[in-house]
Unconditional design. Structure first.
Length: 93
């Protein structure tokens, strides 16, 4: 079953992750001060945009657990463990 994406976003990767991302990537996102959650990334034109900011979609695992935490223009930090690997900018919700 394919789930409908929750958010369209612009992804900006940093550090080692900048050159090492892939379709279906699942980092943690800090959606509010005390709430890290995970999701699935899907990218538009991943091969043409390598090493650049990417546009794509996010499907969150449990968006009902953090209502009203996502809005257009919100910047959200992405993590792998304690390491921040990038930011995303919400383009739609």
């Amino acid at each position: 079953m394919k789930l409908r994406p929750d958010v369209e976003a612009l992804f900006e990767f940093i550090g080692q992750r900048k050159e090492n991302f892939f379709e279906g990537y699942r980092p943690a996102h800090l959606v509010k001060e005390d709430c890290l959650t995970t999701e699935v990334h899907s990218y538009y034109e991943i091969n043409e945009n390598a090493n650049c900011d990417l546009k794509g979609t996010i499907t969150f695992i449990s968006p009902d657990e953090y209502p009203e935490c996502l809005w257009i223009g919100k910047k959200i930090k992405m993590y792998e463990g304690k390491n921040m690997v990038g930011l995303l900018l919400s383009l739609s919700n």
